[in-house]
Design a protein around this ligand. Structure first.
Ligand SMILES: NC(=O)C1=CN([C@@H]2O[C@H](COP(=O)(O)OP(=O)(O)OC[C@H]3O[C@@H](n4cnc5c(N)ncnc54)[C@H](O)[C@@H]3O)[C@@H](O)[C@H]2O)C=CC1
Ligand SMILES: O=C([O-])CC(=O)C(=O)O
Length: 277
């Protein structure tokens, strides 16, 4: 598949890591990498990403509006930004016919956003691809869904620092806990809505599995770990399985597992190679 122009929405941890991974891998070469920054933040985005992007692209452009970004005619857009960007901007990108990879999957917990994305992709005759991100086993789960899923129970366990700046701060004293503490038990819709930077995985499991209401979620702050541990158990008509992933935290964002950017890189690389896996 020819992919000459790559578009990236966002310029934080995942975007920067993605560019570094693609540069180190060496197989990806683009005519252009177009980056969409928050309005007023193109200088920040430039400083953060240009050097890395220049390694893999002949030209790097930074934009502050979806229209300007689309004028660069990206063959593929990769959202590495926020739930708001999925809600506000991704539909515009899809309507313009540009396939879009989404990492902020928790945005789909809002039914209106999910419907807008679906309509926009249909209008643009394209599709959106939701990456597994920090979780694995999504292939087995999505196949089991076709057979019929009975139960899915997920737990997301992170060090206390990863829960800073979330509603967990009001529920427990993150600096003082000395043992693992479950501070959220509920369904994936509530988890993804309340913890937009920490429960995208819950949304991914819900979408691949039994849906937002039937995906049971536990969120845990654990002072005894330094990694992000994701575990889930599935019972279905075709297969039962349990999976546990211990994701190393990104050096510059403890909320995000490093594996997330690699999952996005896999999705991009699979469009550049003759055998996708
Ligand atoms: N699916 C998964 O497994 C995972 C998903 N995520 C999600 O991925 C997303 C990115 O994560 P990180 O890179 O670690 O976060 P980050 O906070 O380091 O970066 C987010 C970037 O988006 C930018 N941004 C905000 N509004 C924007 C706008 N209107 N237009 C363009 N850019 C905008 C921010 O300024 C920032 O540079 C987050 O939504 C996070 O919740 C994170 C970890 C796992
Ligand atoms: O990166 C992780 O470990 C998972 C994460 O934040 C999320 O599910 O939003």
């Amino acid at each position: 598949m020819s992919m000459r122009r790559l578009g990236i929405l966002g310029y934080g941890n995942i975007a920067a890591t993605l560019l570094d991974i693609l540069a180190r891998d060496g197989r990806a070469r683009f005519e252009q990498v177009a980056i969409l920054a928050r309005p007023g933040a193109s200088e920040r985005a430039d400083a953060r990403l240009r050097t890395a992007a220049e390694v893999i692209a002949e030209e790097v452009t930074i934009h502050e509006t979806a229209d300007a970004f689309l004028a660069a005619r990206p063959d593929l857009a990769v959202e590495c930004a926020t739930h708001d960007v999925v809600r506000e901007t991704v539909p515009e990108i899809l309507k313009a016919g540009c396939e879009t990879v989404v990492v902020s999957v928790g945005a789909f917990a809002d039914a209106d956003t999910a419907a807008r994305i679906e309509d926009a992709a249909a209008l643009g005759r394209t599709r959106t691809v939701l990456v597994p991100g920090a979780i694995g086993g999504v292939d087995a789960l999505a196949a089991a869904r076709i057979a019929g899923i009975e139960t899915l129970v997920y737990s997301g366990r992170k060090p206390p620092a990863a829960w800073k700046g979330t509603p967990a701060e009001k529920l427990l004293d993150l600096d003082a806990i000395t043992s693992e503490t479950v501070f959220f038990e509920g369904n994936a819709r509530q988890a993804a809505t309340d913890y937009p930077k920490n429960a995208n995985v819950a949304a991914t499991l819900a979408l691949a599995g039994p849906g937002f209401e039937r995906t049971e979620v536990r969120l845990i702050a654990d002072p005894g770990i330094s990694a992000n541990v994701h575990e889930y158990e599935v019972r279905s008509q075709s297969v039962n399985f349990t999976i546990q992933l211990t994701g190393k935290a990104s050096p510059d964002n403890p909320k995000t597992s490093m594996s997330t950017a690699y999952s996005v890189a896999r999705e991009v690389m699979n469009r550049l190679v003759p055998i996708a896996i």
